[in-house]
Design a protein around this ligand. Structure first.
Ligand code: NAD
Length: 386
């Protein structure tokens, strides 16, 4: 059994949220004991031969938090700061996210404590393949299905699928999602999390009585989630007025595509001609209708939440808010759409990908979008009504 501590680590945050949910839903201590404990935790040592011949060891993890509703499902993160506690916390969030969207999955998470920017392409491939071999006994289309997360992308998924398939002796596309389309990936998967964030923004504004047309948005993080959310929000008629990345933020640009073109060339939003530079904290405090944290965990804290002026906060990132930050936004009357709802578009379309792989029958982009909208709207309405 685990106990919730008042310390604000991602695991402590997740446990304290679980405690509040258990109390509110009047569930028993038996439920707390079961739901606060991960079912399977694997830590592996991943050897990597660098291009210059040196061999280095990296820590890797795979946590299957729950397998009650079906195979476990969750991303693989390559980031220097990940540890077992954070991986357990993220696997717990995946469990709630899949249940909320009513997907036939439990929750998982994994990763390697490495900065992928320090790896050459061939080193990244060797590390991904070796990590896959180390966790191979516990993954599979009916057991646990990895997907991309921070620091990994569709190429890593292709290497994972190939490593698994070589061991099986035949092609097993359903072992991972977020694959390239030619290997059995789904149309619409790349933009799915951002699309879901945008749908959540639209519905939250409706609940607040704000017309989405022309409503202003600030987005922290301009990666896979932040960028695609910005694109979808602009298409819905909202005005994205500020974006940021790890180096800082900018305002004063004309369109999201203009910022994207600059980032493709320069690797950051900072320094774009014709824009004004702001810090990540200043972005959080802009007088906008909607704030979308779409970077890493713990950016909205007791301290940073006090200056938030947005009427609606839609959590694109996983666990971007600490319990202290949550309490302050609640006191200020800000409508918060939590991560397990707002960013569930990615796992919903991952589910579609897995279904298509099982059926060997692939859907059109329109079908994917329609089904994403209907599953997410059902979850949003369930939450709004309760
Ligand atoms: P990514 O690596 O593609 O992008 C992350 C972005 O955040 C980059 O722009 C980076 O520069 C920025 N960033 C990093 N540290 C920052 C900091 N300290 N301050 C400001 N910006 C910072 O990752 P992603 O896939 O977009 O994931 C972002 C978040 O969304 C993560 O919490 C991830 O777990 C969550 N998420 C991702 C998906 C998905 O489908 N990719 C699905 C659900 C949840």
């Amino acid at each position: 059994m685990t106990t919730a501590s008042s310390m604000e680590s991602p695991l402590a945050t997740a446990l304290s949220q679980l405690r509040r949910a258990i109390d509110q839903l009047k569930l028993s201590e038996n439920d707390w004991n079961t739901l606060s404990t991960p079912r399977r935790v694997l830590e592996v040592a991943v050897p990597l031969r660098r291009d210059d011949g040196r061999v280095e060891m990296y820590k890797g993890y795979r946590v299957q938090y729950s397998t009650t509703r079906g195979p476990s499902k969750g991303g693989v993160r390559f980031h220097q700061d990940i540890d077992l506690d954070e991986t357990v916390a993220l696997a717990m969030l995946m469990t709630w996210k899949c249940a909320l969207a009513n997907l036939p999955y439990g929750g998982a998470k994994g990763g390697v404590a490495v900065n992928p920017k320090t790896l050459s392409l061939t080193e990244n491939e060797r590390l991904t393949r070796r990590y896959t071999s180390e966790i191979l006994p516990i993954i599979g289309p009916e057991r646990d299905i990895p997907a991309p997360d921070v620091g990994t992308d569709e190429r890593n998924m292709a290497w994972m699928m190939d490593t698994y398939s070589v061991n099986a002796g035949f092609s097993v596309p359903g072992v991972v999602t977020g694959k390239p389309i030619v290997l059995g990936g789904s149309l619409g998967r790349t933009s799915a999390t951002g699309d879901g964030v945008a749908i959540s923004v639209r519905e939250a504004l409706k609940l607040r009585g704000i017309n989405p047309d022309g409503a202003t948005v600030a987005i922290q993080g301009f990666g896979k989630v932040g960028y695609w959310a910005a694109v979808a929000l602009e298409e819905m008629g909202l005005k994205v007025v500020a974006v940021s990345d790890v180096n800082g933020g900018v305002t004063g640009f004309k369109s999201v595509s203009e910022v994207h073109a600059f980032v493709e060339k320069n690797g950051t939003v900072v320094g774009m001609p014709g824009t004004d530079r702001i810090t990540n904290t200043e972005l959080l405090h802009l007088p906008v209708d909607v704030l979308v944290p779409a970077a890493l965990a713990d950016s909205i804290t007791e301290v940073s939440a006090t200056g938030i002026k947005a009427k609606v906060v839609v959590e694109g990132a996983n666990a971007p808010t600490t319990p202290g930050g949550d309490a302050i936004m609640n006191d200020k009357g800000i409508l918060v759409v939590p991560d397990i709802l707002a960013n569930s578009g990615g796992v919903i379309v991952s589910y579609f990908e897995w279904v298509q792989d099982k059926q060997n029958y692939f859907w059109s982009a329109e079908e994917v979008k329609e089904n994403l909208n209907s599953i997410l709207m059902r979850a949003i309405n369930d939450v709004a009504e309760n």
